[in-house]
Design a protein around this ligand. Structure first.
Ligand code: NCD
Length: 343
């Protein structure tokens, strides 16, 4: 793809080479993301960050990534504060906001809604999650994290990867996008661990199989975790269940704690989660007793959202080669640990 001016709606629009060029830019953005230098390459640009569904990290992360490029951010959060409650259509909202900003990031509870925003504007639109549909930027930062955690020089080095995904694979959009994205690699083994009722949609598993990967679906935790290089845990998506009873039946279906990891995973397993973890009693898909285990990559993963989203903005707005020209030293206090990926 030519990133400049493009919408980013689904990972299906990428080929491996696109992901590699994006990651090369993300590596160059690390220095700004880690606050070692400042760049103002997007000074004067404005991001419209429209979130019609709850979010903390994605909204702040998109906004902070834009700010770190020197751009300004305007955002809204929730339906109740937007004109959509007054009956405004997606078409109108998209056209109006397009008059105010340079790029749009949109999260919406309905699958396909972000595409409708994109159809109504000439500005680039980035999908920050459309209901149970996709979450392409999360998948990109997940893959970036996998490559870094497994210390591979390039994506081809991930050939033969064994990845277990577990939890709510039906409604969890991050695992839909990640499975499709990983399908661009060679010879991946997917172990999809979920209750029967929360299995990954067939159109996603089909795509992986069509590209020659092994896909194994199982409700058994031990079966899924044994020998996996990466274990990607997800939250049961409470907000997508139409009845409370069904949700209650599945919440807490899988809980990974220190004992599970020691007993069932290989010693160098990489533990991931798109976050938020559900830390309420009876949920706890990824327990806090793992917090000091170096294998727990979840905060390095969320940190990686900044350089990856910076790279995407820089490419979509056509300034990726100019960031260094607009850079200078940081003068304010930055904790020493910030610059260190392993800290
Ligand atoms: C996820 C999402 O919103 O899909 N969060 C995120 O963006 N990192 C996962 C979730 O809500 O469970």
């Amino acid at each position: 793809v030519d990133f400049k001016g493009s919408h980013i709606l689904s990972v299906e629009q990428f080929e491996l080479g696109d992901v590699e060029s994006l990651f090369a830019v993300a590596r160059r953005m690390e220095v700004y993301a880690r606050r070692q230098r400042v760049t103002r390459v997007l000074e004067g640009a404005v991001l419209g960050n429209l979130f019609f569904e709850p979010s903390t990290r994605s909204r702040i992360s998109f906004g902070a990534a834009f700010n770190r490029l020197g751009g300004a951010v305007r955002d809204t959060a929730g339906f109740d504060v937007s004109s959509i409650v007054k009956g405004e259509s997606i078409y109108d909202t998209s056209r109006v906001i397009s008059g105010y900003v340079d790029v749009l990031v949109i999260r919406h509870p309905r699958e396909g809604a972000v595409r409708e925003f994109a159809q109504a504007t000439n500005l680039p639109v980035i999908n920050a999650g459309d209901g149970p549909g996709e979450h392409p930027t999360q998948a990109l930062l997940d893959l970036y994290t996998i490559q870094r955690e497994l210390k591979k020089e390039d994506l081809r080095g991930l050939r033969g990867l064994r990845v277990a995904m577990l939890g709510d694979l039906k409604f969890g959009r991050t695992v839909h996008s990640l499975t499709k994205l990983l399908s661009l690699l060679d010879d991946v083994e997917f172990r999809l661990v979920s209750p029967e009722e929360l299995r990954m949609p067939e159109k996603v598993t089909e795509l992986a199989r069509r590209r020659g990967h092994r896909v194994r679906q199982t409700p058994e935790l031990a079966d899924g975790l044994a020998g996996a290089d990466v274990v990607y845990v997800t939250r049961v998506q409470e907000e997508r269940f139409t009845d409370r009873g069904t949700y209650e039946r599945f919440r807490g279906a899988y809980s990974i704690n220190l004992a599970t990891v020691r007993g069932l995973c290989k010693p160098d397993v990489v533990l991931m989660h798109p976050l938020p973890r559900d830390s309420r009693l009876g949920s706890h898909e990824l327990v806090d007793d793992l917090n000091r285990l170096p294998n727990l990559a979840i905060f390095r993963q969320s940190d990686n959202g900044i350089p990856v989203r910076m790279a995407l903005f820089a490419l979509v707005l056509g300034v990726a080669d100019r960031a260094e020209q607009a850079a200078r030293e940081v003068t304010w206090f930055v904790p020493a640990t910030i610059g260190r990926y392993d800290a």
